[in-house]
Every structure is written in structure tokens, then in C-alpha cells.
Design a protein around this ligand. Structure first.
Ligand code: MRU
Length: 342
């Protein structure tokens, strides 16, 4: 397998390494990943996270296992186990379907390696195209807002929504960014803020509940978020809190864009109601954990509701920034996603 480098994944001399995102920004620790149970655990624990990144990590691990001599039958079983690691981001399932086709080839080892490398390269290229399409929407001096982490950490490339913001900044548009901290797991406060520091993007971190006030004061010009799954009618699932932002944006007439590659589209889901939503552990809401261990601030037995994602209906979306272009509600209703035929 070729050497490959992304912000959160790398192949070095045929070995797969994953940057432990639960330790950021305090520690940058690369984990050597060699087994399927290990990869499943990294994905479940969000050490590897972000819709495109988990799909790429899963296929890189399968290619590695194929090179280690695992049988085709074993690899097919492993693909099924990896598929169940997280339920909402469809990139995982889409990438594994592509890998299953490779594993059906007579020389399945070479095919698995070629497939994983191609999916990695495809994600890099899709992210670049998303950035070009989305940055064209941004006007000089705009104050942008984003939620969760959709940058290099979440993909093999420059990211989705954060890739758009990064390119707008590189184009000299003098943007400023509001970063939602993104409760409960703080992907905004820990990861997007860390990426902004690396990239020199001027940002201010806000608690999720502050976005309403900023919009009321006219201090948000445009919102870009990512997606974990886009249904056939344009409804989409993304990190919990995205729906509230969309409602707020609608009320305050702030343009609201979802940015995602074609690998995030699921035409088998007719609408957002069909998207499976992951429920996560209660302690994620009772407190916080990270490089410094875990702190609980709620009663240890507090009953908790903890969906990892919510669904934003298409009617609240100004535009879908896809790799093939930017589409409005009329175009989505007319079947643009179906024409992409993913
Ligand atoms: O639970 P996470 O951190 O994997 O959730 C990530 C998101 O919701 C992102 O917005 C989405 O995966 C798009 S990343 C390019």
C-alpha cells in the first residue's frame, strides 16, 4: 500500500495510524491500528470520527488485513462488523459497499488495496471541489458560523464545511468564524478551534446557546455545516444542534448551507425520518472526558437523552454544496440527488 497522509489517518510503510481525536487539543497521539476490533473501538469511541474519515479508516484497515493474509471470507465478515460500528454516517456503509465489490475480484488482495487507495484519493478530490463550490458563495468580510468539526480531521482531505471556510480565508476574503463548541463532545471547541489555530483562521469560540443572540444582532452572515447522511428529499442528519441552528437561521434570514460529498448521499432513505440516529452513553452528557480524564458534573445516576445527531428538514436549507455544484430547494425537489446516481 502507498504511503498516505491525512490530518487524522496515515499509512506509513504499510502500517495504519489513527490520530486519537479524543485527546485533542492537549495531546497529539498516533495509535497503530492493526485489527478489526481495534478499528471498531476507535470509531465507537470517536477516536476516529467524522463521516468521511470513518469510511476511509474502515477500508484502509480492510486493505491492511488483506495484505496480512486474511481470507476473503474473513474480510467479508470483518466488513460486516465494521459496518455496524456507527449507524448514522452513511459514508461508512458506502465505502464498505465499494470494498465488497473489490473483494469479489479474483485477485482480491490487490483489488482491496487499489480500492482503499482510490477511496482515499477520491475523498481528497471531493473535498477540494466542495471547497471551491462553497467558497464562491462567501463575500469579503463575512462572519461565518459552523458547528461540530468538518475539517481535515473529519476527512482525508481539507474537509467539507470547514474546507469551504478555509478556502474563503485563503482567497483573502477576510472572513471571521464563529465556532460552536458543540455539546456534548465539544468537537467545535476541541477540534475545529484546534484546526483554526493551525490554519490561521480568525475565529471566536461560542457556546451553542449563543448563536441565537449573535444572529439577532446581525453578526452572522452565513452558516456552513457538514452532514452524516443526506436523504433523497434533501433532509440531512448532522451533529446534534444543527437543526436548532437551521431554525434560528430561518427565523433570522441567515443563509444556511450544508456541505457534503456524494459519498454522504443515501437515496435509499426517502426522507430524514428514515435516517438511523445514534444514541450514545449517558456520561457524555453528565460530564466531560478527554486528555485530562473524566469529570462528572451531574448526579451520577441522572437520566439522560443523548442523540449524537439530529435531522434538519430540507425546507430550512438555503443550499446544498455538493461536489457537483450548489443546489437550491427547487433543484433538490426536482431530483438533483437522484441524478448524481450514487
Ligand atoms: O460524532 P461525529 O464527531 O463523528 O460527528 C461528525 C459530524 O456530525 C460532522 O459534521 C459530519 O460527520 C461531517 S464531517 C465532514
Amino acid at each position: 500500500m502507498k504511503n498516505l497522509t491525512a490530518l487524522s489517518l496515515k499509512i506509513v510503510e504499510q502500517q495504519l495510524y489513527v490520530l486519537d481525536q479524543t485527546l485533542l487539543p492537549q495531546q497529539q497521539q498516533w495509535l497503530h491500528c492493526t485489527t478489526v476490533p481495534q478499528m471498531v473501538s476507535l470509531i465507537k469511541n470517536l477516536q476516529l470520527r467524522g463521516a468521511p474519515a470513518i469510511g476511509i479508516g474502515a477500508v484502509l484497515l480492510l486493505a491492511y488485513r488483506a495484505l496480512q493474509g486474511d481470507s476473503r471470507e474473513q474480510l467479508l465478515q470483518d466488513a460486516a462488523v465494521l459496518r455496524a460500528a456507527r449507524p448514522t454516517a452513511v459514508n461508512l456503509m458506502n465505502n464498505l459497499d465499494t470494498m465488497l465489490a473489490a473483494l469479489a475480484q479474483p485477485d482480491f488482495v490487490a483489488a482491496a488495496v487499489t480500492c482503499a487507495e482510490a477511496l482515499f484519493a477520491e475523498d481528497v478530490a471531493l473535498c477540494e471541489q466542495l471547497a471551491i463550490n462553497g467558497a464562491a458563495l462567501v463575500q469579503p468580510g463575512e462572519r461565518l458560523l459552523t458547528h461540530c468539526n468538518t475539517g481535515g480531521l473529519a476527512t482525508a482531505g481539507v474537509g467539507t464545511a470547514l474546507g469551504v471556510i478555509r478556502l474563503a480565508q485563503q482567497q483573502g476574503k477576510a472572513i471571521r468564524l464563529w465556532v460552536d463548541e458543540t455539546r456534548p463532545l465539544l468537537q467545535g471547541g476541541r477540534l475545529t478551534a484546534w484546526e483554526c489555530e493551525q490554519l490561521g483562521i480568525p475565529y471566536q469560540l461560542i457556546c451553542d446557546s449563543m448563536a441565537a443572540m449573535l444572529m439577532a444582532r446581525g453578526e452572522v452572515d452565513r452558516i456552513f455545516v457538514g452532514a452524516d447522511r443526506i436523504a433523497a428529499n434533501g433532509d440531512f442528519a448532522n451533529k446534534v444542534g444543527t437543526y436548532s441552528l437551521a431554525v434560528l437561521a430561518h427565523y433570522h434570514q441567515v443563509p444556511f448551507y450544508v456541505v457534503a460529498p456524494r459519498t454522504t448521499i443515501d437515496l435509499a432513505c426517502p426522507d430524514g425520518g428514515a435516517i438511523p440516529i445514534e444514541q450514545r452513553a449517558a456520561d457524555e452528557v453528565r460530564g466531560v472526558s478527554g486528555a485530562f480524564g473524566q469529570t462528572l458534573w451531574a448526579p451520577a445516576q441522572a437520566a439522560v437523552f443523548n442523540p449524537a445527531f439530529d435531522v434538519t428538514p430540507a425546507k430550512l436549507v438555503t443550499g446544498w454544496v455538493l461536489d457537483s455544484g450548489v443546489y437550491n430547494q427547487q433543484q433538490i425537489a426536482a431530483g438533483v440527488l437522484q441524478q448524481l446516481n450514487y
